[in-house]
Design a protein around this ligand. Sequence first.
Ligand SMILES: [Zn+2]
Length: 199
Amino acid sequence: MPCEKCGEIRIITRQRVLCPNCDNLSMLDTQDVLSNKRKELSIIDSQFLNAINKTDYNQTFGSAIFNRELAANESIYVAAKRKYAINEWLVYTYLLHNLHYIGKGGTSNFPELVNLSRKTVQYYNQIRSLEQGFAVMVETEGQESFEWTELEPLSFVPKEVRDDSEFRPILDNVKDRDLHRYRAITRRIDVTNSGCSFI
Ligand SMILES: [Zn+2]
């Protein structure tokens, strides 16, 4: 829902929902940001290709497959880590997609490769999100930050909304029986989110 006062697409930060106009935010020009990010991605990409072209194939292949399976497992069974695990699965898939056999005697550089693969996936994600208006760059006190707009499907609830009394269940005047039910439901959600089986 755009800003009610000016119609601008709002920004969803961890703390608050903000309007670029009404909250007087310092927005960076998206085209400039994209141009810089694409240049940085091309540098990271060439570092990644250099590293993967000299890696020990067997060691890297085995480690990447093992870690990708772990990430896939976590994305299904650990609800609280789902977003992180899916991202990790993408990181190892990208690495494996670019891996090829170069003969014996490669370098043992798996941590460096994972690090570069993570950066590549992160940059691709940021560039695609900026291109489609799902994200913007905001400058606050000299610090640049990447923020989601309300066009991006919400994956967290900002603190401002969480703390708003309108969004909290009001327990006054609730009968004991209903309160007991509410607590049982809350407990069930906690158990599910911690990755245990359904009860
Ligand atoms: Zn506004």
